[in-house]
Design a protein around this ligand. Sequence first.
Ligand SMILES: O=C(O)C(=O)Cc1ccccc1
Length: 310
Amino acid sequence: MSETYSYLGPSGTFTEAALAQVPEARGKEWRSVNNVGEAFDDVVSGRSVAAMIAIENSIEGGVTSTLDALANIPNLRIVGEYLVRVQFVLVARPGTRLEDVRVVNAHPVAYAQTRSWLDANLPTHGHIPSTSNVASALALFENDLADAAVAPPQIVQHHELEVLAENIADNANAVTRFVLVSRSTVLPAATGADKTSIIAELPDDRSGALLELLEQFSTRGVNLSLLQSRPIGDALGRYRFVIDADGHISDERVADALLGVRRFSPSVIFLGSYPRADQAPVEYVDRYDDEVFREAREWLRGLIDGEPTA
Ligand SMILES: O=C(O)C(=O)Cc1ccccc1
């Protein structure tokens, strides 16, 4: 059976652009799905070896539905991350003028990123949510519920659409981070520029518990690049924390931090260690080098084994 990769389609989405960055996916079957839940289902059922999923963007923060799916679906692993610069145009059926636009079709995340422009230029517009940035534009051909759509600039290369406005994103430098999610438990090799993702819960009713969770990393010299709380969902005020830490689980300082988290947290999900998209080598101070951990462990082992100390 050929390996299949699922992505939020139809063809032309930013998610597809992220999948195009994956060398292992070249020449393989790509399956376009209508929503992120379907992409996760493909991985869980084994229909696809992996799915490309949007997890965070530089304006809106974490994609909450993705973070919750990673917490709730067992045995998922992140095996890679990819960055895509996102820009948006407003498109319409040929002949439409900007002043004719009453209703705009847009993916909710894209809508949130173009709100200032839309509010300033179409102050009375209505919004219909779409399942993706390309589905928004294709809906213009299927029905007349919307007059215009927010879509990626390349959309006009493939469809008979007119650009009513370019660069409508609130922030021209917006970037979306995608992760390749699979069920493979084979760890990607450490590169020196890696990231480790976990989701951890706090022990109940203990003051300072979040600080104690974070101390597991700070006392091992491990920097964090993401800390996002998400409601566990069973009661008000109960949260889990999605954490991205610099480094690979095979780095001693990261492994030691994870042992600390495991001892302390009632529930820890290991989401994976994988190369950072920006390939920036992880920086740490010398006293947290692998060798320092190993030397300390050997010293302790020697004491326990009754070896004479020098
Ligand atoms: O992949 C797409 O194009 C999507 O529709 C999801 C999305 C929405 C907004 C920013 C990045 C990805």
